[in-house]
Design a protein. Structure first.
Length: 380
C-alpha cells in the first residue's frame, strides 16, 4: 500500500482533500498534517512513499520541508501542491521537488500524479535502488556549460534560440527547464514544447536561477560525453520519428541517458567503472543490471515519470535499448529512439540493434537508408 503524506496549514483544505480522496483509502495509506513541523514528526515515525505539500506555510515552509525530506528520506517522491505562489517561491523548491501542481487542482489530476508514482516505482526492483535514484530531484550541470551559459546571459545579446542551444548541450539543465515549463505554475497547457520555446516562455532570469540551483558535476569528462551523445541522439530521433511531434522526439533523444547522469551523480566511481566496460567492447546496460539490478534506461524512465514528462517519452526512454519488449512495430517514438541511440556513432561495428524489433517492424532492409538519414541529421 502506497504511503502518502499531505501537508497544508489550512485545516479546511486538508479536510477537503481527505473527503475528495476517500475512494483511494483501500490503496493509499494517507496521513494529513497541518504544517511543516507536524510533517517532520510524522516522517520520524516512518518514511512515506510520497509527500505532497503546500509552499507558503508559517514556520517550516514547503521548500524547506522538501529539502529536509530529501536529506532524511531520499527515496520519497516530493511534490508541491500550492496556490498563489510566485515563480520565485517555486524556484526555491527546484533542488528538492520532483513535481509541481497548482491549486485549484482537480482531484483526478492529483490522483493521476500520485498513481503515476506507483506505476513507475514498481518497475525498480529494490527500495535501495529507488532511494538511489529518488535522491536525484535535479541532475547536475557540467561546469563548463554552466560558465558558458552565465557568460551568455550576462552579455544580454543572445537570443532564446542561442540560449537554448547552450542548454541542449546538457540534459540535466534541459530536463529541469522542460519540467518547469510544463508545470501548472507557469501556465503552459501544451503537451510538448521545445527548449527554445521554454527559454522564451520562462525568460532568461528564470533560466539563470534554475542553472544556479543545480549541483555542478564533478565528473566533467564522462558528464560531457553523455551530454554530447544526447545532442546527437536528439537530432537523429527527431529526423527518424514518424507520426509524433518533433519536440517530443527531440526531447526523448536529449534525455534518453538521464539515468546514466543519475548514477553518475549518486555513485561516480561506479558510473566511471561501468563506462570503462564500453571502452572494452562490453554493454553498459548489462553492466548496470549486474551492478544495480536495473539499467540506466529503467532509472531514466523512473525519473522522467515522476517528473511528469509525457508517457510516450517515458516509455521510449525505458525501451531505447530493447524496443522488442514494447509494442513498437514502426518508427514511432520508441523505435526511433532505439535506432537513434544505436546509430549516433555511425559505426555498424558498435551497434547493439534489437533485431527482433527490426524484423517485426520490417526495417532490416531499410538499415542503409536509416543510417544515411542519421548521418544527414548529424551533419545538419
Amino acid at each position: 500500500m502506497l504511503r502518502v503524506l499531505f501537508v497544508d496549514d489550512e485545516p479546511k483544505l486538508l479536510e477537503g482533500l481527505r473527503r475528495s480522496l476517500r475512494a483511494k483509502r483501500e490503496v493509499w495509506d494517507m496521513r494529513f498534517e497541518g504544517g511543516g513541523e507536524a510533517a517532520l514528526r510524522a516522517i520520524d515515525e516512518g518514511p512515506f512513499d510520497v509527500v505532497v505539500t503546500d509552499m507558503r506555510m508559517p514556520g517550516i515552509d514547503g521548500a524547506t520541508l522538501l529539502g529536509e525530506i530529501h536529506a532524511r528520506c531520499p527515496g520519497t517522491i516530493r511534490m508541491v501542491l500550492s496556490g498563489q505562489t510566485s515563480p520565485e517561491d517555486v524556484l526555491r523548491a527546484v533542488p528538492a521537488a520532483h513535481r509541481f501542481l497548482a491549486k485549484p487542482c482537480e482531484t483526478r489530476t492529483l490522483i493521476a500524479a500520485v498513481d503515476r508514482v506507483e506505476s513507475v516505482r514498481s518497475r525498480l526492483p529494490s527500495e535501495a535502488l529507488r532511494a538511489l535514484v529518488g535522491g536525484v530531484a535535479s541532475l547536475p550541470i557540467a561546469a563548463r556549460l554552466r560558465e558558458a551559459l552565465f557568460e551568455a546571459l550576462r552579455a544580454g545579446t543572445s537570443s532564446p534560440t542561442q540560449i537554448a542551444r547552450l542548454l541542449e548541450r546538457d540534459p540535466g539543465v534541459s530536463a529541469k527547464v522542460l519540467q518547469l515549463v510544463h508545470s501548472a505554475f507557469f501556465g503552459t497547457a501544451r503537451r510538448a514544447i521545445g527548449v527554445a520555446d521554454a527559454v522564451a516562455f520562462l525568460g532568461t532570469g528564470t533560466i539563470e536561477t534554475v542553472a544556479r540551483s543545480l549541483p555542478v558535476s564533478e565528473a566533467t569528462a564522462l558528464h560531457e560525453k553523455i551530454a554530447q551523445d544526447g545532442v546527437g541522439v536528439a537530432r537523429i530521433c527527431a529526423a527518424l520519428a514518424e507520426g509524433c511531434e518533433p519536440a517530443a522526439a527531440f526531447t526523448a533523444g536529449l534525455l534518453h541517458d538521464v539515468g546514466r547522469l543519475a548514477i553518475l551523480a549518486q555513485a561516480r566511481e561506479v558510473a566511471e567503472r561501468i563506462d570503462a566496460v564500453a571502452d572494452g567492447g562490453g554493454s553498459i546496460a548489462a553492466a548496470e543490471r549486474e551492478t544495480f539490478g536495473a539499467s540506466h534506461a529503467d532509472l531514466g524512465a523512473y525519473l522522467l515519470g515522476v517528473w511528469g514528462f509525457p508517457l510516450d517519452v517515458v516509455e521510449a526512454v525505458r525501451h531505447h535499448h530493447g524496443p522488442s519488449r514494447s509494442e513498437s512495430a514502426s518508427l514511432d517514438l520508441v523505435g526511433a529512439l532505439h535506432l537513434a541511440s544505436e546509430l549516433v556513432h555511425g559505426d555498424p561495428a558498435v551497434e547493439e540493434l534489437d533485431h527482433v524489433y527490426l524484423a517485426r517492424a520490417g526495417f532490416v532492409d531499410r538499415l542503409p537508408e536509416l543510417r544515411a538519414r542519421a548521418a544527414a541529421a548529424l551533419a545538419a
